[in-house]
Design a protein around this ligand. Structure first.
Ligand code: GRF
Length: 237
């Protein structure tokens, strides 16, 4: 078995608390991967500070400077594939609070290398304003999901989830505050399983093309339902 450390790139747009959790875990040797680049579409993203403090190369690629989504996607792809990375495409691209929809071409170019953290129990509530939509629907639970990024918004196979109950006095702010630390744990546990080779993303043929489908395996078995975050911080089916 190869002992090479996984090379990861992290895309952010805002606070970067998930990025901070990843950087801390790597520094504490709790996560065997190298974060080789952080990319933000917003120059003022607070999370850039954590990358800079840790000496991780940063690229700011503001979407407003590009004619359309495709052109913006090509600019990000060029950074991910350029000589700074010595021609090596990151093994894992982590969308951690990256608030732009990626182009279809970008999603295809990095298919089965990219995961996204989304604040709902997917397939419920793709897109924005997830907590308010869960409250309005009278749901008893909300949570966070990590899924494979495909060309369709928040739609790839769900890898892992954490649930919390919605209580009578909860609003979007209280749910976000309760879920934040659990999202960090979910992300660390999921990335750890990728870095240790237990989780893998792979393509399979569909009517849309020979590599158009995405599936996830955990310890060699197809994952049919999301892994659940346990209280000890591990993931279990
Ligand atoms: C998280 O709530 C995540 O679910 C969503 O964006 C937020 C990112 O937070 N995709 P941060 O920027 O990592 O603090």
């Amino acid at each position: 078995m190869s002992t090479a450390r996984l090379k990861a790139a992290v895309l952010i747009s805002g606070n970067g608390s998930n990025l901070k959790a990843l950087i801390r875990a790597v520094a504490a040797d709790q996560l065997s991967l190298d974060i080789i680049r952080v990319i933000s579409n917003r120059a003022e993203a607070g999370g850039l500070k954590y990358a800079r403090d840790a000496g991780i190369p940063v690229s700011i690629i503001p979407h407003q400077q590009y004619a359309d989504r495709d052109e913006h996607g090509r600019a990000i792809a060029a950074v991910l594939e350029n000589a700074v990375l010595k021609g090596a495409v990151p093994d894992l691209i982590i969308l951690a609070g990256y608030m732009r929809i990626l182009s279809v071409d970008f999603a295809r170019r990095f298919s089965n290398r990219m995961i996204n953290l989304h604040p709902s129990l997917l397939p419920l509530y793709k897109g924005l304003d997830t907590y308010n939509r869960a409250i309005a629907a009278g749901d008893q639970y909300t949570g966070a999901s990590i899924h494979v990024v495909t060309a369709d918004l928040d739609d790839g196979p769900v890898i892992s989830q954490v649930h919390i109950p919605i209580e009578a006095n909860d609003d979007a702010a209280t749910l976000a505050a309760k879920l934040g630390p659990l999202e960090h744990k979910l992300l660390l546990a999921t990335v750890r399983e990728f870095s240790e080779g237990h989780l893998k993303m792979m393509s399979f043929p569909t009517e849309r093309g020979p590599q158009a489908g995405s599936r996830v395996t955990f310890n060699g078995n197809a994952l049919h339902s999301p892994l659940q975050l346990q209280t000890d911080g591990s993931l279990n089916s």
